[in-house]
Write a protein that binds this ligand. Structure first.
Ligand SMILES: C[S@@+](CC[C@H](N)C(=O)[O-])C[C@H]1O[C@@H](n2cnc3c(N)ncnc32)[C@H](O)[C@@H]1O
Length: 349
């Protein structure tokens, strides 16, 4: 068989980029854990020796790391002086934990999927699920760190105001449940913004609940409990939220049904899900690629591991999600707002 070089060359070029990206992902963790990005952003421009000195790390390693970073475009290299620096944009993405565009969390989640790959390969052969809690620990902190910047940037400023009458209720004092809250990033952001309201985060993964309690300690209007979405306790909620978790659940219809039971008749169910079109064709883009990959590695196995095993996938799309919410007992459903990575659905009884 003869290969068409015009098709082969760009594919091979892409593979070089891919292998470079995958190998450099581990180095992002190194840079984050050792404070290399933070030190360079705060004290740069610096030589590699000076960065090593400031971070108490071995100079030869730091020189090679900086070379890889410069080749990746994550730091800036000045060939005339042999000095490295970070632009404000590079620092916002890699060095500043409070930035709404910080992306380092995604790299921790990558470390988890690589560590867990042998189990996934086995699961493919028999179709068995892999529980959320069975993954390498960095999945949970990576997920929290990856999603938190977006929640900080959009949740209070754009997403809650896009819901009908919800902000006024939260300002006056509302009762809120955040289901599948993980480490509680979304719950904490809402609790801090609306001190008169009370927020309870529920998650079935005990270590995540323990971590959420640590993070939320000291906030009187905030609590975390271990519970499943399909039978979490309580009632008379004004607002129930699910952030990036409905598609991970085995029984999303059962979860929606339980939310309906616990919600006041004039209450609101806010569902934040990954941004996606309804068809595969619409999702063949860089964001869809990230989500399909995590969905194959984590979301579909997590759902298959639970009762029902609906396995919606992270790219379920608005039509399928709307159908789930209707089957759960909601009648008025609309897309309230979209962000580059997320869509926000408002469901009302
Ligand atoms: C992708 S994480 C999102 C966590 C958090 N909402 C966030 O945005 O950072 C999905 C979460 O859903 C939780 N989850 C999955 N199935 C669940 C179920 N049936 N009941 C309760 N929590 C569930 C997992 O434990 C995990 O914390």
């Amino acid at each position: 068989m003869t290969l068409d070089m015009q098709k082969l060359e760009p594919l091979l070029g892409m593979m070089v980029t891919e292998i470079g990206a995958a190998a450099n992902a581990a180095l992002v963790l190194v840079g984050d854990k050792l404070g290399l990005y933070k030190a360079l952003a705060a004290h740069g421009p610096l030589s590699s020796d000076d960065l090593a000195k400031r971070t108490n790390t071995a100079p030869r390693y730091v020189r090679e790391w900086l070379s890889a970073q410069a080749a990746s475009g994550f730091v800036t290299y000045d060939a005339a002086t042999n000095i490295f620096s970070m632009s404000p944009e590079q620092a916002a993405v890699l060095a500043d934990d409070d930035s709404v565009v910080n992306m380092t969390g995604g790299f921790y989640a990558l470390a988890a999927v690589y560590a867990d790959e042998p189990r996934l390969t086995e699961a493919f052969k028999i179709g068995k699920g892999i529980g959320w809690g069975e993954h390498c620990n960095c999945l949970f902190c990576g997920t929290e760190r990856f999603f938190r910047p977006g929640y900080k940037g959009h949740l209070v400023a754009e997403w809650l105001p896009a819901l009908d009458g919800v902000v006024a209720k939260l300002e006056n004092g509302a009762k809120v449940a955040d289901i599948g809250c993980g480490h509680g990033a979304s719950t904490l952001i809402m609790a801090q913004a609306f001190p008169k309201s009370h927020f309870t985060g529920f998650d079935f993964h005990e270590p995540s609940v323990v971590r959420a309690r640590e993070v939320g300690a000291g906030h009187k209007n905030l609590a975390f409990e271990q519970a499943r979405a399909q039978d979490f306790p309580g009632g008379d909620f004004d607002l129930v939220t699910i952030f990036d978790a409905l598609h991970d659940m085995g029984d999303p219809v059962g979860a929606a049904r339980r939310v309906r039971e616990c919600l006041k008749d004039d209450g609101t169910f806010m569902v934040v899900e990954p941004m996606a079109g309804d068809s595969l064709q619409e999702n063949l883009n860089p964001v869809g690629r990230v989500y399909y990959a995590f969905s194959t590695n984590v979301c579909v196995p997590a759902s298959l591991n639970q009762e029902v095993g609906a396995a919606l996938g992270a790219q379920a799309g608005e039509t399928k999600l709307t159908q789930v919410l209707r089957e759960g007992g909601f009648t008025r459903i609309r897309r309230a707002v979209s962000a580059p990575f997320n869509m926000v659905l408002e469901a009302r009884p």
